[in-house]
Design a protein around this ligand. Structure first.
Ligand SMILES: C[S@@+](CC[C@H](N)C(=O)[O-])C[C@H]1O[C@@H](n2cnc3c(N)ncnc32)[C@H](O)[C@@H]1O
Length: 372
């Protein structure tokens, strides 16, 4: 059978959109520019899903650089919806219900780009019981600092104008530090277990706090060794358990493409390669089982789980919500949707303490079994 027609996943867009007057088009420079510009694809997809009613996100517009067009095709919008809501669900279960005497927790988002999650979380919890770190290349963190500086909405959520909050921006205007939010300009490829501790290289990171690491389509762009080194940097320094010190709970969430070896997967890989995008860890972590094994090897011994986007749509999204989403746009390419959705997955793994588990809420999330 001939390979199905596969849309070029991140570039599908329809119709014009207004431009944002305060910001020119995003033109990254240098050899990493293609990887850096994938953030633009992700944020345009998020904006498309928000404008059509899939997602509710008041911050996406302020963080999306102006573009000539935004509207993605229905299968892409549904994929963006499932990806965002699945990760939101895992994050919510890590943080737990808000209460004034919650133990403080920490979230570190790798390759966060223009992601809006920090703003959505800050606006949903009255006194933040977490500290949130975002890491990306300097060109992308500088763009985020500019977006924050030109949006009173974003500033308000960060409490920039409130006298009790201290917010500092680096001289080079690519780093931002506030009590609950830190934006770090850093090439992740410098991190390895031998790199000096997070406190030095990532100001504000606390190695004793229960920590969640998120890689939403980020580590896939690193070589397998570099990607493993980034994770080892955090598992060594955050969950540094010794006989004197109990394990610090640490969880990881990956959102990544999988199954590159079937006809759809091969076409997906070659479409991306035509744009100069090479998903370097894709063949190493090609299946759900490979993702789970990755967590085991990384010492996340308390639990490892994974599910593709098709499964998450079917099993995590309630019937009423499915109907609402299905009513937003006509999606007649069901076969294409399922193929696409089977080629992206969310994987999550964690190590916890036995006495007061932090990741207990992840245990009863339905995941897929099997080796494929
Ligand atoms: C596809 S975008 C995803 C952005 C965001 N996580 C989201 O899902 O909306 C990938 C991001 O990873 C970042 N990234 C890739 N390699 C990186 C590296 N070596 N160091 C820092 N950031 C990196 C890119 O700059 C880009 O912002």
């Amino acid at each position: 059978m001939a390979a199905p027609q596969i849309p070029n996943l991140n570039t599908l867009r329809r119709g014009p959109r207004r431009s944002r007057p305060d910001d020119g088009p995003y033109r990254p420079q240098g050899k990493d520019c293609i990887v850096q510009s994938t953030d633009n694809d992700a944020s345009v997809s998020r904006l498309s899903a928000v404008e059509l009613g899939y997602l509710d996100d008041a911050y996406v517009e302020a963080l999306t650089p102006s573009e000539s067009a935004t509207r993605r095709f229905p299968i892409i919008n549904r994929g963006t919806y499932v990806r965002a809501t699945a990760i939101d669900q895992l994050v919510a279960r890590f943080l737990g219900p808000y209460s004034a005497d919650n133990q403080k927790k920490q979230i570190i988002s790798l390759g966060a780009g223009s992601d809006t999650r920090i703003f959505r979380l800050l606006s949903s919890r009255s006194t933040p019981d977490f500290v949130y770190h975002e890491i990306d290349f300097s060109v992308n963190t500088a763009a985020k600092v500019r977006a924050i500086r030109s949006s009173s909405l974003l500033q308000q959520v960060l409490g920039i104008n409130a006298s009790e909050n201290k917010v500092t921006v680096s001289k080079s205007a690519d780093a931002l530090h506030s009590p609950s939010y830190h934006l770090h300009p850093l090439d992740l490829r410098v991190l390895s277990p031998n790199t000096s501790s997070p406190e030095t290289i990532l100001p504000g990171v606390e190695t004793e706090l229960p920590t969640l690491l998120i890689s939403e389509c980020c580590l896939i762009y690193l070589s397998p060794t570099e990607a493993d080194n980034v994770v080892a940097f955090f598992t060594k320094h955050i969950s540094n358990h010794t006989s004197q010190q109990p394990t610090t709970p640490l969880g990881l969430i990956f959102y990544e493409p999988i199954r590159p070896n079937d006809p759809f997967g091969r076409t997906m890989v070659s479409n991306l390669a035509a744009r100069g995008i090479h998903l370097q860890t894709l063949h190493r972590y090609a299946s759900l089982e490979a993702q789970r094994a990755r967590f085991r090897e990384q010492g996340l011994a308390s639990g490892q789980a994974a599910a593709d986007i098709d499964f998450i749509w079917e099993r995590w999204v309630g019937e009423e919500e499915k109907e609402r989403v299905a009513g937003l746009e006509m999606l007649d390419e069901m076969e294409e949707w399922r193929l696409l959705a089977r080629h992206y997955c969310v994987a999550w793994g964690w190590r916890d303490r036995d006495d007061e588990p932090v990741f207990g809420g992840w245990k009863n999330l339905e995941a897929q079994e099997g080796s494929e």
